[in-house]
Design a protein around this ligand. Structure first.
Ligand code: ATP
Ligand code: MG
Length: 229
């Protein structure tokens, strides 16, 4: 079966800055929960922005959902089918209330108001966020915003999830809930996380971004032993 996402030989640098990615190869297959780690500034978020076409590589090929993606129009389908949870929730939430933010995606995909209302109620309930339904989004705490961005992406029922540090700012019980939720989802996903414990709980495979390339991490110390990948 062809992979859902395949990147090969990806090079990228921001204008006037040294290269960030120098030959990244990545494949995501159905059913995988691929974790990405790597130092601050290694280029992990940049890699996600390349997958969905917010940035374009200077070299390399991106295949997604069975086709090569080059032009802006090619990436419209990728953005519809790959749900990106941004590292910074403020890049994602822009509606006055939580319910409107979570409804935005389904409405944009052509769902009726009634359908969108039902999806919002269901997704917030699944994430244990029903109490946030009518809250003003920009007045939420950091962790609450994080959870609402995940709800907003799940509401669109994408084929692939791209989660950029989904447990950042979350307390332990909430992180546990995210582990359970992600483990119960049918979608393949790529998850960026600095948390080795979280990665061990959810990953079917882990790669490390280092020196502009993705590598299989070698266990160096006791807490890294057991990391799948
Ligand atoms: N818009 C931009 N313009 C110029 N440089 C940028 C831009 N965005 C990111 N960078 C730089 O590109 C490099 C990679 O950034 P990126 O955000 O992808 O790292 P990251 O691996 O996600 O880091 P973190 O773990 O801190 O989130 C960093 O050196 C960063 O300073
Ligand atoms: Mg990042």
């Amino acid at each position: 079966m062809s992979p859902l996402i395949e990147m090969s030989g990806i090079h990228f640098g921001y204008p006037g800055r040294p290269p960030v990615l120098k030959g990244v190869d990545l494949r995501l297959e159905a059913g995988e929960r691929l974790c990405l780690t790597g130092a601050n500034g290694a280029g992990k978020s940049t890699l996600f922005h390349l997958v969905v076409g917010l940035l374009r590589p200077s070299q390399g090929r991106i295949l997604a959902f069975g086709g090569e993606r080059k032009a802006e129009a090619d990436f419209h389908e990728v953005r519809r089918r790959a749900g990106l949870v941004f590292q910074d929730p403020d890049d994602q939430l822009f509606c006055p209330t939580v319910a409107e933010d979570v409804a935005f995606g389904p409405l944009n995909l052509g769902r009726s108001r009634a359908e969108a209302r039902a999806i919002v109620a269901d997704v917030l309930d699944r994430l244990g966020l029903g109490h946030l339904h009518d809250r003003v989004t920009h007045k939420l705490s950091g962790g609450e915003k994080r959870l609402v961005t995940l709800a907003a992406v799940l509401a669109m029922d994408p084929d692939v999830l791209l989660l950029d540090e989904p447990t950042n700012a979350l307390d332990e019980p909430t992180t546990e809930r995210i582990v359970e939720i992600l483990g119960g989802l049918k979608q393949a996903m790529i998850v960026i996380s600095h948390d080795p414990h979280f990665r061990r709980r959810i990953a079917t495979r882990t790669l490390r971004l280092e020196h502009g390339r993705l590598e299989t991490p070698q266990p160096k110390c006791s807490h890294a032993i057991g990391e799948k990948g």
